[in-house]
Structures are given as structure tokens and as C-alpha cells.
Design a protein around this ligand. Structure first.
Ligand SMILES: [Zn+2]
Length: 418
């Protein structure tokens, strides 16, 4: 039987963990500050803050750096200037991996978001069974963990981005049309293959790209922000009032399968006329470089950025076919974006993935189309911009997601042995 004293102890333990998280997140979000400033901004008393900071330092998550010039209004400073604290976590590896049709990308950051490892491996997932892609994923993950082990021996978590429907709270892929995967228990299989006891989560790639944009992109912190990512498919990360929209089952944000053209081209999902069948990578190559498209599609040594580079080269040399194709691409892009803007009324829509590379040609056309089709006066002020993040934004989002586990509960990281 649980006694009242035991319940009280559990409550206090829970409260302390919450307060550890509060202090760590403040230092992460607001940057270096003194213990006194942390006390003022969290509302905790100074003795509690000192104790919490001591524990965070013991866990290697916070460190002391220099002294502060913080002033208390115009009052003259008395005594020694206070010591500043900042996020440490240099020993903590946050692993983000993106598995896509033609590439696996991995980004490892430490807890402060410093990139410590990156790796890109071309892949041909569409032409092979899940077991082969699984083997590549395991090999890339193991390679990354080995590479960072000396610098970041503590793994906060591994978050894998996949272009498909991921059941909320699950580690299984329900359906990934462009990978031809259905009901693949990816999280459990990766944990078994790696043989390590590390938290692994699976998420939709566009959701993780959206998270990366919301946290570290040009429009970071924008409460209503939509990220549309062009890969083989087209995904959407929709942030509404500061929260990623997932829907009832976790399947929200499948913007690529909005039906926009009756009897349009066939989509990877098996239906016709989806938005991604009109603005995805395959359609871009077939429209903009028709003589090269079949060769590029078949070449599994090339990543998506290599393929799009062919389109960019032709556009830069003012090839008439390519320029006309990009104009049409921009119109279709604008049509889909206007539907999203009319539905969600965001402050900004960010175009990521390969849309970034063709932005100089398609963005002005898509933007004009958006102004034409957005219905609300405010919606017409919505910013449409190319992402400033690299191709690996989903992998970066995965690393940020893995770090969240520590920010939510710093006690998951053990106290360092000295
Ligand atoms: Zn579709």
C-alpha cells in the first residue's frame, strides 16, 4: 500500500524534475544568464535555483561561463559580478536520420544544437524490399554512433524521419507510398538490429522539417507556420498556434495528397491528380528536363539535389523548355499553397527540399498565384519564402526532436562520474 509519505515524496520528485526542465529550457531558449536572473524569470527562489543548477551541472547539461554585466535597473552594482550559466550537453548526442526514396541523411547534434556529425548516403528504396533499406538504415545509424562516441558518449535519442503515415505514439510506419512500405515496424526493428537500449522514435519527414523550421529556420517562433517540403513526394509540416498539427491519428499534414486535378497524373499513392504528382520531383524532371528524366530517375547513385541541379543548370542557361516548365511548376505550387493559406491562415509558408533550389524561378510565379487566390485580406500578407535550411532539414528536425526528451526531463541524463 502506498503511504501518504511515499505519495508526498513522489510529488516532490516530480516537481523537482519539472523545475529542472524549466531551468534548462530557459537557458536554452533565452541564452546565458545568472542564477539570480533564472530565479527572477522562473519565479523559483534563489536557494532552489542554486540546487537545481548544481544538479544540471553534475549531469553535464549546464556549465558556468564567465561573469555577467547584468544590472538591476540603474542601481550601482555591489560586490562581485554574478557568474553566467549556459547550456552545455556537449557529451549528449541527439541523432536525427531521414530515410527517403533515394537518400539516407543523418545529422547528430549535441544538446546545444551544435552539429557534430553529418552523413549522406544515396539509396534506392523504391526498387528494393524494406529489409534492404532497413540494413542501410542500421549501417548508417551505427556508423554515426561510432563516429560521435568519443565526443558524445551519451545518446539522448534517435529520431527517424520517413515520408509516410506514422501512427501517433507508435514506432511503426502505417503506409509510406513512395517507399512501397506498409505496416513496417521500423522502430522495434532498428532497436533490435542496433542492439542498444536507446529511445527511438519514428516521425513523418515533413513534420520534422516543420519542427526544424519552427525552431531554427528563418521564421523560427512564428506561431502559425507551414513548411512544404519537395522531395520525391511533397509533405507538409503545419504549425498552428505554436503546435505541430498531427490530427486524430497522427496522419495530419498530408498536403501532397490534396486532390487538385481530376484525371491528373498518377501519384505514388495510386490515385490521380494529387498535388505531389504535379509538383513532386518526378514531375519536375519530366517537365523541365524531358530528355534526361528517365536516366536521372533510374540512377540510384544520385541524390535528389544532384537531380535538381540538372534542372537548375538548364534554367541558368535560359533553356526555353526548362523555363516554361518551371513557370508551370510555379503555378501549380501557388495553387496548392493558396489552399493551405485559405485553410490555416499562416503568417508564413516556407518552401523546403528541392523547392529551395528552384525558388528563383518558381517563387515569384507561386507568390503571384497566392495573392490571386487567397481569400482573406490578411492571408494576402502571408510571406511565401524559400527555406534557409539545407536539404537535410528533416534529419535536423529529428535531432531537435531527440533533444526534446532531455529538455522535457533532464534527469534522463545520468550524473557524470568523475
Ligand atoms: Zn497521392
Amino acid at each position: 500500500m502506498t503511504t501518504a509519505l511515499q505519495m508526498q515524496a513522489a510529488d516532490q520528485g516530480g516537481m523537482r524534475r519539472n523545475n529542472l526542465a524549466l531551468v534548462l529550457r530557459l537557458l536554452h531558449d533565452k541564452g546565458p544568464r545568472s542564477r539570480a536572473a533564472v530565479a527572477v524569470e522562473t519565479g523559483l527562489n534563489k536557494a532552489t535555483v542554486s540546487s537545481l543548477v548544481a544538479e544540471l551541472i553534475d549531469r553535464g547539461l549546464v556549465r558556468e561561463v564567465g561573469t555577467s554585466t547584468e544590472r538591476n535597473g540603474d542601481a550601482p552594482r555591489l560586490g562581485r559580478p554574478p557568474t553566467l550559466l549556459e547550456i552545455d550537453g556537449r557529451n549528449v548526442a541527439c541523432v536525427g536520420i531521414e530515410v527517403n526514396v533515394d537518400v539516407i541523411e543523418v545529422v547528430v547534434t549535441d544538446l546545444a544544437g551544435r552539429r557534430v556529425f553529418e552523413h549522406v548516403r544515396p539509396l534506392d528504396a523504391a526498387g528494393h524490399p524494406p529489409s534492404r533499406t532497413m540494413g542501410s538504415l542500421t549501417a548508417v545509424t551505427r556508423h554515426a554512433l561510432d563516429a560521435v562516441h568519443d565526443r558524445c558518449p551519451t545518446v539522448a535519442g534517435i529520431s527517424v524521419a520517413v515520408p509516410g503515415l506514422i501512427h501517433a505514439g507508435d514506432r511503426a510506419i502505417t503506409f509510406a507510398p513512395n517507399l512501397h512500405w506498409r505496416d513496417v515496424d521500423l522502430g522495434v526493428r532498428l532497436a533490435t538490429d542496433l542492439g542498444i537500449n536507446v529511445p527511438i522514435s519514428i516521425d513523418n519527414d515533413a513534420n520534422l522539417s516543420g519542427l526544424a523550421e519552427y525552431r531554427v529556420g528563418e521564421f523560427a517562433g512564428t506561431p502559425n507556420l507551414i513548411t512544404v517540403t519537395g522531395q520525391t513526394g511533397v509533405g507538409g509540416g503545419i504549425v498552428v498556434e505554436g503546435r505541430l498539427l498531427r490530427g486524430a491519428s497522427g496522419f495530419g499534414g498530408e498536403v501532397g495528397h490534396m486532390h487538385v486535378l481530376p484525371d491528373g497524373p498518377e501519384c505514388g499513392c495510386g490515385r490521380r491528380g494529387c498535388w505531389e504528382a504535379l509538383v513532386g520531383l518526378k514531375s519536375l524532371l519530366r517537365r523541365a528536363v524531358p530528355d534526361l528524366a528517365a536516366t536521372l530517375e533510374a540512377d540510384d547513385s544520385l541524390g535528389p539535389d544532384d537531380k535538381v541541379a540538372r534542372v537548375v543548370t538548364r534554367a541558368q542557361s535560359s533553356d526555353a523548355v526548362t523555363l516554361a516548365a518551371l513557370h508551370e511548376h510555379g503555378r501549380w505550387l501557388g495553387d496548392g499553397v493558396s489552399i493551405l493559406v485559405n485553410l490555416f491562415d499562416p503568417e508564413a509558408v516556407v518552401l523546403g527540399g528541392f523547392f529551395r533550389d528552384i525558388a528563383p524561378w518558381v517563387l515569384p510565379i507561386a507568390d503571384a498565384r497566392l495573392r490571386e487566390l487567397a481569400i482573406a485580406p490578411h492571408a494576402r500578407q502571408c510571406r511565401l519564402a524559400a527555406s534557409t535550411l539545407a536539404f537535410s532539414s528533416a534529419a535536423l528536425g529529428g535531432a531537435l526532436h531527440a533533444a526534446e526528451r532531455v529538455f522535457d526531463d533532464p534527469a534522463v541524463i545520468d550524473v557524470r562520474r568523475t
